[in-house]
Design a protein around this ligand. Structure first.
Ligand SMILES: Cc1cc2nc3c(=O)[nH]c(=O)nc-3n(C[C@H](O)[C@H](O)[C@H](O)COP(=O)(O)OP(=O)(O)OC[C@H]3O[C@@H](n4cnc5c(N)ncnc54)[C@H](O)[C@@H]3O)c2cc1C
Ligand SMILES: *[C@@H]1O[C@H](CO)[C@@H](O)[C@H](O)[C@H]1NC(C)=O
Ligand SMILES: *[C@@H]1O[C@H](CO)[C@@H](O)[C@H](O)[C@H]1NC(C)=O
Ligand SMILES: CC(=O)N[C@H]1CO[C@H](CO)[C@@H](O)[C@@H]1O
Length: 341
């Protein structure tokens, strides 16, 4: 086999970053990204894109920490390069605050972000309802800028893009040798994975250009994340809710919660409502599988279910997914191994 033909299903942050890593890691391959939605219409486009990990059940903490560290280091080097503006990636400092002392006072990712420390009494005075907090510097990735930047990098490398809904992975056989399933919530229908569910998130994007620090309630439910083109105010986590239309009552509630944290937000203007359905799952899926049907084989790498923290770990996960693809590609090139697949 000369050229290994690889299809990546999904053009959110997971699909696009996986395609970039494959193009860097797998020699002599052709890559096609297939999706029914592209930026600006994916869930990834709605993400605030702050790098603060969410824990994944069923994945060892050391693995999650590695994914986060690799993502953090990669985006750090983007943030200090001349590409930073084009990629929409920058450092941001701020506070994560708690109403009661958390059981885990030092989270597992504390030594990955920069300058992690406990907040001082003086800092906490700004938040009368809060008793404890973390101060640190992390990165923010404005996904509505970052996704087009990833797409451009892929197009420059000759990766093809196809707008199409895939109903069944077998549709892609025999056109492709390896299929990478980065379809997020789409996996529910695409591969009949009934453990995937939407975790609805509604946010407001406002103009408040004087804000440069982030503020996040430790529950992750209320947050103020300043970015390049707007400040994102959040949020909600509504399990099993598929409604993509913004709810005015929820927007009022988000605005009032954020104004309590940062009263200057009362002067914010151009308020836009956005909704995204996070592709959640009891545990994230990142593994190989060889499907067999009527004597035919299809090599699949599953890579979905990143829930509330996909942006935070995307690069580390994409590197791992690309390694799995590369193992398949090597086996396909070696006849003795192909028969064992
Ligand atoms: C309000 C909100 C705020 C968030 N904030 C953050 C944050 O600050 N930090 C963070 O780390 N994470 C955040 N997240 C989580 C993050 O957005 C997700 O974890 C991440 O976007 C998941 O990416 P994905 O590529 O798997 O999914 P998606 O972006 O949903 O992409 C899925 C892709 O698959 C395609 N697809 C699906 N089914 C099919 C099919 N059958 N055929 C063809 N194509 C198909 C879709 O068209 C799409 O291109 C937030 C999410 C929301 C909703
Ligand atoms: C995004 O969705 C809008 C509205 O459905 C559509 O008009 C537009 O073409 C879509 N953009 C892309 C890049 O798919
Ligand atoms: C840029 O980021 C990389 C990766 O984190 C780091 O190794 C390098 O020292 C940084 N350079 C500067 C000038 O900060
Ligand atoms: C959880 C899981 O493995 N989901 C599915 C991924 O796709 C394959 C192929 O269609 C299914 O067999 C899996 O059940």
């Amino acid at each position: 086999m000369d050229t290994v033909r690889i299809a990546v299903i999904g053009a959110g942050v997971i699909g696009l970053s996986t395609a970039v890593c494959i193009s860097q890691l797998v020699p002599q391959c052709s890559i096609t990204v297939i999706a029914d939605k592209f930026t600006p219409n994916t869930t990834s486009d709605v993400a605030a894109g702050i790098l603060i990990p969410h824990a994944y059940e069923g994945t060892p903490i050391c693995t999650q920490k590695r994914w986060f560290r690799e993502t953090f280091n990669h985006l750090s080097s983007v943030a200090n390069s001349t590409e930073a503006v084009a990629a929409g990636v920058h450092l941001v400092s701020g506070w994560q605050i708690f109403r009661s002392i958390p059981t885990e006072q030092v989270p597992f990712w504390a030594d990955v972000v920069l300058g992690f420390r406990k907040m001082t009494e003086a800092e906490l005075k700004k938040f009368p309802q809060y008793v404890f907090g973390h101060a640190f510097t992390t990165l923010k990735c404005e996904t509505s800028i970052y996704l087009p930047w990833l797409e451009k990098r892929l197009k420059d490398r000759g990766v093809l893009f196809l707008r199409r809904r895939v109903e069944d992975l077998w549709e892609l056989q025999p056109s492709f040798d390896i299929v990478v399933n980065c379809s997020g919530l789409g996996s529910l229908e695409l591969v009949g994975d009934s453990t995937v569910f939407p975790l609805r998130g509604q946010v407001l994007q406002v103009q408040a250009p004087w804000l440069k620090h982030f503020i996040r309630d430790g529950s992750g439910l209320t947050y103020v994340y300043p970015g390049v083109s707007h400040v994102t105010l959040g949020g909600t986590r509504q399990k099993g809710d598929w409604n993509l239309s913004p709810d005015a009552e929820v927007s009022r509630d988000i605005f009032s919660r954020c104004c309590t944290l940062e009263p200057s937000l009362h002067r914010a203007c151009s308020i836009k409502e956005r909704v995204g359905l996070r592709p959640d799952r009891p545990s994230m899926l990142l593994q190989k599988e060889v499907l067999v049907r009527d004597g035919q084989r299809l090599c699949v790498v599953h890579h979905y279910g990143h829930g509330s923290g996909g942006v935070s770990v995307h690069w580390g996960c994409a590197l791992e997914a690309a390694k799995l693809v590369s193992e398949f590609a090597q086996a396909l090139r070696t006849p003795a191994l192909t028969s064992k697949l």
